[in-house]
Ligand binder design. Structure first.
Ligand code: UDX
Length: 439
């Protein structure tokens, strides 16, 4: 099939290459010239394991190309909308300007019988509105909503092997056609018996925000327990293990620590609250405000803990921060808890050196006033405390004995409960973590 993908960020770029991998002829369209140029030369504009290989492989087949011109989408049977929906400045609501611009530009090139497929995370009600627009301007063209659940760091795997497909279809005579076309797009995935939920627009839109709200709630739940563990002397890691054995609860997403960040969870729960307010159903989601609050409190608590281990004052203390990305295997620093803590420490008088295997360049652009180092050893040279704030494998596997040689004081704060506490304490380190007793 001939497919266009409008918007080539994390979602769109990976989607475009994945569709080419499935055998389709794909054009990715983005207004950012540099991004388009990089992608066309098989260079990933962001860090994503496996993506560059996929890109090189699919470009080499001749089935994948990129363009800055929306006209390149003309003649495609299916048009994916993969643009971002960031949080509006100064508001909780999602900023739909890119979705609207993408839809508007597509209206100039699509023809009757073609399918527009929304993948961006949007407030419920957006698809119905866009469907009206499409139907009005291009009679016979169809719109479906097909949310995407990819995680950064696993984007390729999640796109090619999703755990479910969700189709939000129009009512009426186009319904069966739209489903058939989507099934054809995802043929190998459908053939594997991947669970498929065929539903209406509103449900499809809500599936995405509900899923992310659930994940955020799960993380904040365990972080709330961590606060109680700090008050009682209990251990949140063992607590999570013990409740996680109940398969109704499950151990995944129960890692207590600095909490969630990134380009999705924080803005999605806020946009969901804002939309519920518009619909007069805000009470249903007031708990998400608390989920957000618990999450933000962890960052403040981390700074307090750093002050505590630095004998009550951060002034002039040398602090090494290991990790800047919002999670490992990513260079994404959007709403990164790690970088937030690093900046707070610096603003409160500490001398902070940050290191990260992939996100230094992005971090330097956002926070030029922090110091950056390329290795943990360099960052920790003569440090008064070391904070591990993103659980990259490299940091989890640090040898606490050798690493102890470079610092001024062997004090480590494990912001992700990811280090081997026994090994670090055995090597003479003072070990502190959120929700656990001092080691
Ligand atoms: C998320 C959803 O998982 C994905 O389905 C959706 O499509 C986009 O948003 P992503 O933002 O890539 O994906 O990251 P995710 O792996 O969900 O982690 C989000 C944040 O939660 C990270 O900051 C991570 O460190 C934190 N987290 C995760 C915890 O603090 N504890 C956990 O147990 C798990």
């Amino acid at each position: 099939m001939r497919i266009s993908v409008v918007g080539c960020g994390y979602l769109g770029a990976v989607h475009a290459a994945s569709m080419a991998e499935l055998g389709h002829e794909v054009v990715g369209v983005d207004v950012d010239e540099r991004k388009v140029a990089a992608l066309g030369e098989a260079r990933a504009p962001f860090y994503e394991p496996g993506f560059e290989d996929l890109l090189a492989r699919t470009l080499a087949t001749g089935r994948l190309r990129f363009s800055t011109e929306i006209a390149a989408a003309a003649g495609s049977q299916v048009h994916f909308v993969c643009v971002g929906t960031p949080q509006k400045r100064g508001e909780y609501a999602a900023d739909l300007r890119y979705v609207e611009a993408a839809a508007e530009s597509l209206l100039g090139v699509i023809e009757s019988g073609e399918l527009v497929v929304g993948k961006s995370t949007v407030p419920v009600g957006t698809a119905a509105r866009l469907a009206d627009l499409v139907g009005e301007k291009v009679p016979g063209a169809m719109l479906v909503w097909n949310p995407e659940f990819l995680r950064e760091g696993f984007a390729v795997q999640d796109t090619l092997h999703p755990d479910r497909l969700v189709y939000g279809l129009p009512d009426g005579p186009d319904r069966a056609t739209a489903e058939r076309v989507l099934d054809e797009v995802y043929a190998p995935i459908v053939a594997r018996q991947t669970p498929k939920v065929v539903t209406d627009y509103a449900t499809a839109e809500m599936v995405k925000t509900a899923a992310n709200s659930f994940l955020a709630t799960k993380i904040s739940f365990i972080n709330a327990m961590a606060e109680l563990c700090e008050a009682t002397g209990a251990d949140v890691k063992q607590l999570a293990d013990a409740i996680g054995y109940d398969d109704r609860i499950g151990r995944k997403f129960l890692n207590a620590g600095l909490g969630f960040g990134g380009g999705c969870l924080p803005k999605d729960i806020r946009a969901f609250m804002a939309r519920a307010g518009e619909l007069g159903a805000d009470q249903a989601l007031t708990f998400l405000r608390e989920v957000d609050n618990i999450n933000m409190r962890r960052r403040i608590r981390m700074v307090e803990l750093a002050r505590e281990v630095c004998d009550g004052s951060l002034l002039g203390k040398h602090i090494a921060v290991l990790g800047a990305a919002f999670k490992p295997d990513s260079d994404d620093i959007r709403d990164s808890p790690a970088l937030n803590v690093a900046a707070q420490l610096q603003l409160q008088g500490a001398v902070v050196t940050v290191t990260d295997p992939a996100a230094i360049e992005n971090s330097r652009r956002l926070w030029p006033q922090l110091d950056y180092a390329t290795t943990p050893e360099e960052a920790a040279e003569r440090a008064d405390a070391v904070l591990v704030l993103t659980e990259w494998r490299q940091y989890r596997e640090l040898d606490p004995v050798a690493f102890g040689e470079v610092v001024a004081s062997k004090r480590v704060l494990d912001g992700r409960n990811a280090l081997d506490r026994e090994a670090w304490t055995a090597a003479g380190w003072t070990y502190r973590a959120l929700g656990r007793r001092a080691g």
